[in-house]
Unconditional design. Sequence first.
Length: 152
Amino acid sequence: MAKSFFNSQDYLKLMHTHITNMIELLLKDDIEFGIACDVSNISFNPKLPTNISDTFGKKIFFILTDYSHESANIKENVLFFEAGFGDENFGSVVSIPLLAIEQIIVEDNPILINLAPYHPTTLFKEKNSTNSMDALLKNPKNKNLLNKKRHF
């Protein structure tokens, strides 16, 4: 029961909205925060050197403070921020899909816990949504367009 609930579109939409709103509020109010997630869901640009990435465990915890906090933004359902890694402070842009964020922490307080299992193919499906081809074909006049050959 609980597993199907945490995978449901309603729960995913709720968590997505909650994560987005929480991060936007923290950024707007200039509050430093931490996020925890599975390292396999994170992208780094440029890619981190192996001597740095090999030190990561399965889970990773970022504290968004100073420049990382200032550079943080949400775009297309992904949290982006710049961070420095290792002794040489190797700079990289970190990108984390919002639904891959498992926890948000302020000081020592967890303020958000996301129990939805993240999969890169996780998408929201509106109950009445259609793809563009379905919408095009709903109009009988458009079906003829696909059957006509164009001669140039």
